[in-house]
Design a protein around this ligand. Structure first.
Ligand code: ADP
Length: 973
């Protein structure tokens, strides 16, 4: 107590005077020091307080001068201390309800307060703002306890509600520290809470707290109190307003709720409308290991994962501000294990009938396992080499896996809603959306091919998107779960196939065949124009059923075609069948070779049949002709009349049975290459055979006679005809006819001729001699007439002689026994002799000899004479209407040449070679009318050959012939 120190400032002399003066002052006067402790009170003041000086001197003015205390006075005291000017205030005492007028003056180290009782003031003297006139008792209607406190907690005023509860008078309370009043003093805990709240409020903070109060014995209430500081113009706390409401009923209800909440097997908490989390249930506390007190307000942050704190707090505050439900996911730490688990935090505002939020009721649902499963599923989804997505029925995206995000280079924020459409190729968007809408409307799965943009390269790739609807119990589509698979390569391959199919189609239309394709079931899928033109049908007509094409086939081919197709479809083997197809325009059937190959996919499945029908009608005809000719050839080959062999050079490589039979060889001989025609040919036939072969090479075919030496050494005369194979001249086919019968006949004929000519010649010679003798005798006996008559026999006898001579020559030639007498022959002289003689005997023609040989040669004079006589006599004989026969002689260094030319009948060209054959005569009737036996030229040719020369004829029918004989000048004898 500092009272003595303060009184020392007044001198004793003056003090006395001053005190007397003060005592006499009207009204109550108080002097207080800086701590508002009463240091002096005059008599009026003592009377006003009704207490002795011991009771108030040195005590707090506010505690001792209870009947005077009011908020107005308190404000005036503070103002005076601050301004140090004279202040006055008038107010109604909260205790006495009487009007007081107070003058306040600042003194050294304190204040002087002078009180006057008064009646109600004149309105003009009003010194307080309107609001200050409101009496605290006016607030009693609120059923709220309200008090005004100094920043130290001393009650300046209090309304009737708490006074009634406590059954105390106002003056018993005013001026006392609130904490020491009966409401609070009963429990140190409540007292402590109040003091702490007052301390915080006096620092400028509005403080809310709950505490138990006991207004009187037996009355215990739960109070929710708010202390609000009142600031002056300089923001200094002037006084405090404390308001308290009875929340006992609410608390009880809350307790009940908490008991209920504690029974819920979930973590539950409640929050105030301002976001202050005020309670947690037992389970929550058990899990987190935190008490309600520890977790109250924002204390729950302690058990929230540090990484989640900021986000979760912001979400909670946002929900509270907007009065909306709260929902988020966060990790909560387990109090004992320290492990964090994921929880779904949800809170719903609980409102009164007016919609005012009273509380938030929150729950925490353990979703840790679900989260982990989700995370596992997510990593599984991310591992899928496809895009996985979830779409809402309205076409907005909800989720896309990271593969999708990586490819499109989009974040989950970017693809959300309809953002995903940006990744779709602009040309595909409309189609994709339309497909989506129709799938949703029909409630069916969604499927579409679409191009997706690679967000990094900007390239587009083809994807197949597939989604399945996920429906609730009512069948309403909630979501679509889908995947997108990269089908770009497949698509490109398809496009390539399409292009190559297009090429194939062009090709199919170009080729001269009927081209078509069938589906794996055998139905026609495509036919080229040629097919349609030929059959006169459309593709649709063919597609009526699998066997529709049979209508174009020859009835005899139906069964085979069907059987072949069934086999091919069954086994996948190539289809190949020859069948007749009807030409729609001509109605005729033509043969076609039908072939079809199965086309398989990469797994070997048949995807189509590719077929062609090739017109083989011509080929078929040729084949048939060939078959017939082969048949004929084989008849020929197998006939036992004609022997046939094929040879290559000297070797006989093939032969029919007849040839083998004719020559006595076996098939083994043939197979082992033991038949050699050179060895089979007798030496005398070698030359002619080789010549025949040369002719064969030149003319492709030749006929000649020869003999073969059979296996047993015997000789077989044959007539051989050779044909050279067109492309390999050294290969020949030789036909062999057994000529032995004819040869034998010929031999017999030759034998007969030989015999007959000999048999005729002897009697004729005898006859000639006898005739000559008889003529000579008649001549001698001068029977001239008889002699002349007899001489007429000589001509025919000569003719007969010549005939027989020729016959003999022929037989000699045949027997190879024509002999020559070699001598030097002067051909000019010989020809001159002959022509002279013949001119005499043949006066009908002029024989003209032109040129000379000018040399002699070695030959048989008679035989050469025989040659030219024969040629000249033929020239005369076969030119009955001509007048001349010309003989031209010429010579070269090596040979002499004689031409005998006539202008007669001539010889047809094709017979020119044959006239040198034995007994051959030209067939022309005019020639036939001229007598002859066809031996002359045979002998001539043989004699010329015997002289090493040649004879040829050049003739034209009706114009004449020229025979040319060429003889070598020198010859080896
Ligand atoms: P022939 O005794 O029949 O005359 P040749 O051997 O002399 O027999 O002649 C054979 C055939 O040749 C004759 O039958 C004749 O038809 C024809 N012939 C020969 N020489 C001539 C010729 N100068 N003019 C026309 N035909 C001829």
């Amino acid at each position: 107590m500092s009272t003595p120190k303060r009184t020392e400032r007044v001198t004793p002399a003056s003090s006395e005077t001053l005190l007397t003066m003060l005592e006499t002052l009207p009204g109550a006067l108080f002097v207080v020091d800086d701590t508002e402790t009463i240091v002096y009170a005059n008599a009026s003041a003592q009377a006003m307080l009704g207490a002795t000086p011991e009771a108030y001197l040195g005590s707090s003015f506010w505690r001792c001068a209870t009947p005077l205390v009011s908020i107005a006075l308190y404000q005036a005291v503070r103002k005076t201390r601050q301004t140090r000017t004279l202040t006055e205030v008038q107010y109604v005492s909260p205790v006495t309800q009487s009007w007081l007028h107070v003058h306040l003056a600042s003194t050294v180290g304190g204040l002087m307060l002078q009180f006057h009782q008064m009646r109600a003031p004149a309105p003009r003297q009003e010194t307080f703002p309107q609001g200050e006139r409101l009496c605290i008792n006016d607030l009693d209607g609120l059923q709220t306890g309200i008090g005004l406190l100094t920043p130290e907690g001393i009650v300046l005023d209090i309304n009737a509600v708490p006074l009634d509860d406590a059954q105390v008078r106002r003056e018993e309370v005013i001026g006392k520290p609130l904490a020491e009043t009966s409401w609070w003093s009963f429990a140190p805990a409540s007292q402590e809470r109040l003091r702490a709240a007052i301390a915080r409020a006096s620092r400028g903070e509005t403080v809310r707290f709950e505490a138990l109060v006991r207004p009187r014995e037996g009355m215990l209430l739960s109070f929710e109190s708010v202390i609000t500081p009142h600031m002056d113009a300089n923001y200094h706390v002037e006084y405090l307003v404390i308001a308290g409401i009875d929340i006992t009923t609410r608390k009880r209800a809350e307790r009940d709720i908490h008991a209920l909440i504690d029974a819920i097997p979930q973590l539950v908490w409640t929050g105030r409308p301002d976001g202050y989390v005020d309670s947690y249930n037992q389970r929550w506390r058990d899990y987190t290991g935190l008490s309600t007190e520890e977790a109250q307000g924002e204390g729950w942050m302690q058990c929230t994962h540090p990484q989640d704190r900021q986000r979760v707090l912001e979400t909670w505050q946002r929900a509270v501000q907007n009065g909306e439900p709260y929902e988020t996911e966060q990790r909560l730490r387990h109090g004992t294990t320290g492990e964090y688990r994921w929880f779904l935090m949800q809170a719903t505002p609980y409102t009164d009938a007016q919609g005012t939020i009273l509380k938030y009721i929150g729950t925490c649902t353990d979703i840790h396992d679900k989260k982990r499963a989700e995370a596992e599923l997510r990593s599984l989804i991310d591992a899928i080499p496809q895009f996985v997505w979830i779409m809402r029925p309205d076409g907005s995206a909800e989720y896309a896996n990271s593969r999708w995000c990586d490819y499109t280079d989009m974040t989950s924020q970017q693809y959300q809603g309809d953002g995903w459409l940006q990744a779709i190729h602009p040309d595909d968007r409309q189609r994709v959306l339309a497909g989506w809408q129709s799938a949703v409307q029909a409630g069916r799965p969604y499927e579409a091919e679409q191009r997706l943009r690679n967000g990094i390269t900007g390239d587009y790739r083809w994807f197949l998107a597939r989604g399945a609807p996920f429906k609730d119990a009512q069948g309403t589509i909630l979501k679509y779960f889908g995947t997108s698979t990269d089908i770009d390569e497949q698509k490109q391959a398809e496009q390539k196939i399409k292009a190559s199919e297009e090429n194939l189609r062009v090709l199919a239309e170009m080729v001269p065949q009927l081209v078509w394709t069938k589906r794996p079931d055998g139905q026609f899928a495509y036919t080229n124009q040629r097919w349609r033109d030929y059959t006169g049908s459309t593709l649709e007509q063919l597609q009526s059923d699998q066997w529709a094409h049979l209508q174009f086939l020859h009835p005899d081919d139906h069964k085979g075609n069907r059987a072949h197709w069934l086999h091919a479809l069954d086994t996948g083997d190539m289809f190949e069948y020859e069948q007749r197809l009807r030409n729609a325009h001509t109605g005729e059937y033509r043969w076609f070779l039908v072939r079809a190959m199965p086309v398989r996919d990469e797994v070997g499945q048949i995807v189509k049949w590719f077929g062609t029908s090739t017109d083989i009608d011509e080929q078929k005809r040729i084949e048939e002709a060939l078959r017939q000719s082969q048949e004929r050839a084989s008849v020929l080959m197998n006939s036992n009349i004609i022997g046939i062999f094929a040879d290559e050079r000297e070797q006989i490589v093939d032969a029919n049975d007849t040839f083998l039979r004719m020559t006595g060889y076996t098939r083994e001989d043939l197979c082992e290459g033991r038949i050699n025609w050179m060895q089979m040919t007798p030496p005398e036939y070698l030359a002619s055979t080789q010549q025949a072969h040369q002719e064969l090479a030149a003319q492709r075919s030749v006929t000649y006679e020869k003999e073969y030496i059979c296996k047993d050494g015997s000789r077989l005369p044959v007539l051989a005809g050779g044909v050279a194979l067109p492309h390999s001249p050294c290969k020949r086919i030789v036909f062999v006819l057994d000529n032995s019968a004819r040869k034998e006949l010929e031999q017999r004929k030759d034998d007969f001729i030989s015999m007959a000519s000999h048999e005729l010649r002897n009697p004729l010679t005898a006859f000639k001699m006898q005739t000559q003798l008889a003529r000579k005798r008649l001549e001698r006996q001068s029977h001239h007439e008889a002699a002349t008559a007899l001489s007429r026999v000589e001509g025919p006898v000569k003719q007969l002689e010549r005939l027989i001579g020729e016959l003999l020559d022929v037989s000699k030639i045949q027997a190879g026994r024509l002999e020559y007498v070699w001598e030097t022959v002067d051909l000019d002289a010989l020809l001159q002799d002959i022509t002279d003689t013949m001119q005499q005997t043949h006066p009908s023609h002029t024989i003209m000899v032109r040129g000379t040989v000018g040399t002699s040669l070695i030959g048989d004079r008679d035989r050469l004479g025989q040659v030219f006589i024969n040629l000249i006599s033929n020239a005369i004989k076969y030119s009955p209407d001509a007048e001349t026969v010309e003989v031209d002689l010429s010579a070269s260094e090596d040979a002499v040449t004689v031409h005998v030319r006539d202008h007669g009948l001539g010889i047809p060209r094709e017979q020119c070679d044959k006239i040198f054959e034995r007994f051959y005569r030209a067939t022309d009737p005019r020639q036939r009318a001229i007598p002859g036996l066809g031996m002359g030229l045979y002998i001539v040719a043989e004699i010329v050959k015997g002289h090493g020369g040649t004879i040829t004829v050049d003739s034209e029918a009706g114009k004449g012939s020229t025979f040319t004989v060429t003889l070598p000048r020198k010859r080896d004898t």
